[in-house]
Design a protein around this ligand. Structure first.
Ligand SMILES: Nc1ncnc2c1ncn2[C@@H]1O[C@H](COP(=O)(O)OP(=O)(O)OP(=O)(O)O)[C@@H](O)[C@H]1O
Ligand SMILES: [Mg+2]
Length: 355
C-alpha cells in the first residue's frame, strides 16, 4: 500500500491511537495529543471470569489493579496478562485493551479507533494474530503492528531511515530487545527473555537465600529501583526492607547494601551483555564501523539501572547512551509514526503479510 493511500485509510480526522502493550506498562498515544495513558499492565478480575473488578469509582485496571497484586481475597485475581512480551492470557488482555481503548477514545465511541500496536520483534505469526485479534475484539479496526525496537529507535531519534547502522537495546519488564537498524528496517535483532522481571526475581531470590526473608514482587522492584546498580557507585547505598521470615513466619526487617544487590543482579546484566555481543558478531564490518559513531542507545525501564550504560560500554567498547525518558521511547516513536504516516508507513507491518 502506498503512503498517501494509507493516509486516507487511516483518515485525518479520526482519533488514531497507538499502544505500547508492554509486559510491565501499557502506554497509549493519540495522534496530535501525545501520550494520554500510562499504566501498569495489570487487571483484577473476578475469579473464573473475565469480568473486571469494580473498585470504588472505577474499574480495577492499571495502577488500581497493581495495588491489589498479592493482596486479593479468593474471589478476585490480579493478573498481568502479558509475560515476556507476549500475551499469556488472551481473554484478560482483551479486557484490558478494551478498557484502555475506551478510556483513550472518550465519548466518540461510535467511531472505532484505528490502531498501531508495538509488538516485540521476536513474536511468532500466531502471536501477532493474537495481538491483532485482541485489539479488534477490544473495539479497534485496522490494526497495524510495528516492531517494538523500530518504534523505540524512532522515539530515540536514531537515524533509522539512513543507510547507517544504529543499535537500540530496549530493556523492558519481560523482554530485552537488541536490534540494529538501517534503511527503515531491522538488520539484525534478538529478543531475550531476561529483563526487569528477571531482575526483580533475582532480588527476591537473594533475600530468600541470604536472609530467609520473603518479599513480594513489588517490594523487590522497589529495591532494584532504589539501590540497584550495574557498576560500582561513587557512593554506595543502603535500604531497609521488611519481609516475612521464611522460618519463623513473622515479619522482620534487614538492611541491604547496594553492593550485594549489584552482585545479585549481575547474572541478568551478563545475559543482556551476551545478547548484545551475539548480535554484534553477526554484523558486517561496515555496520560495525557505523556503530563506532552511532553507538548503542539504551531504552525501556531497565535502561534506568544505575551504571548499566557504563557496563555495556566497557563490555562492548562502543559508545553507549541512555535514551531521554527511556520508559516512553516506544510510545513516543509510535506517536511520531502516527503524525507522519505517509513518511513511515513502510515501517509498519501489514496484516495481510501474516494473515
Ligand atoms: N529507575 C528504574 N531503575 C531500574 N528499573 C526500572 C526503573 N524504572 C522502571 N524500571 C523497570 O523497568 C521495567 C518496565 O519497563 P518498560 O515499561 O519499558 O517495560 P515494558 O515495555 O512494559 O515491557 P516489555 O517491553 O518487556 O513488554 C520494570 O521491570 C521496572 O521495574
Ligand atoms: Mg516495552
Amino acid at each position: 500500500m502506498q503512503g498517501p493511500m494509507l493516509e486516507s485509510v487511516f483518515g485525518l480526522f479520526s482519533k488514531d491511537l497507538g499502544i505500547d502493550l508492554g509486559t510491565a506498562n501499557t502506554l497509549v498515544v493519540a495522534r496530535g495529543e501525545g501520550i494520554i495513558i500510562s499504566e501498569p499492565s495489570v487487571v483484577a478480575v473476578y475469579k473464573g471470569t473475565n469480568r473486571i473488578v469494580s473498585a470504588g469509582k472505577g474499574e480495577a485496571v492499571g495502577e488500581r489493579a497493581r495495588q491489589m497484586l498479592g493482596k486479593t481475597p479468593d474471589s478476585i485475581v490480579a493478573v498481568r496478562p502479558l509475560r515476556h512480551g507476549v500475551i499469556a492470557d488472551f481473554e484478560i488482555c482483551q479486557a484490558m485493551l478494551a478498557y484502555f481503548i475506551q478510556k483513550a477514545h472518550g465519548q466518540s465511541r461510535f467511531a472505532r479507533p484505528r490502531l498501531i500496536v508495538a509488538a516485540p520483534s521476536g513474536i511468532t505469526t500466531v502471536e501477532k494474530r493474537a495481538v491483532i485479534n485482541s485489539a479488534e475484539r477490544a473495539g479497534a479496526r485496522e490494526v497495524r503492528l510495528i516492531r517494538e525496537p523500530m518504534a523505540g529507535a524512532i522515539g530515540c531519534g536514531l537515524p533509522v531511515r539512513e543507510p547507517r547502522g544504529s543499535m537500540i537495546v530496549d530493556i523492558g519488564g519481560g523482554t530485552s530487545e537488541v536490534a540494529v537498524l538501517s534503511l527503515d528496517d531491522i538488520v539484525e535483532a534478538s529478543s531475550l527473555r531476561t529483563a526487569g522481571d528477571e531482575m526483580n526475581r533475582a532480588v527476591q531470590d537473594h533475600l530468600r537465600q541470604v536472609y530467609n526473608l520473603a518479599i513480594g514482587e513489588h517490594a523487590a522492584e522497589r529495591i532494584k529501583i532504589e539501590i540497584g546498580s550495574a557498576y560500582r557507585l561513587d557512593e554506595e547505598l543502603v535500604k531497609e526492607v521488611r519481609g516475612k521470615d521464611t522460618v519463623a513466619g513473622l515479619p522482620r526487617s534487614v538492611v541491604l547494601r547496594s553492593e550485594e544487590i549489584r552482585e545479585a543482579l549481575a547474572p541478568t546484566f551478563q545475559e543482556i551483555v551476551r545478547g548484545i555481543q551475539a548480535t554484534l558478531e553477526k554484523l558486517s564490518p561496515e555496520l560495525h564501523d557505523d556503530l563506532y559513531e552511532t553507538g548503542i542507545t539504551l531504552a525501556g525501564g531497565g535502561a534506568l539501572i544505575r551504571g548499566l550504560d557504563r557496563l555495556v560500554a566497557r563490555e562492548t567498547g562502543l559508545p553507549v547512551r541512555r535514551a531521554d525518558d527511556p520508559l516512553t521511547a516506544v510510545a513516543r516513536g509510535i506517536g511520531m509514526v502516527l503524525e507522519q504516516l505517509d513518511n513511515y508507513w513502510h515501517v509498519l507491518e501489514h496484516a495481510h503479510e501474516f494473515a
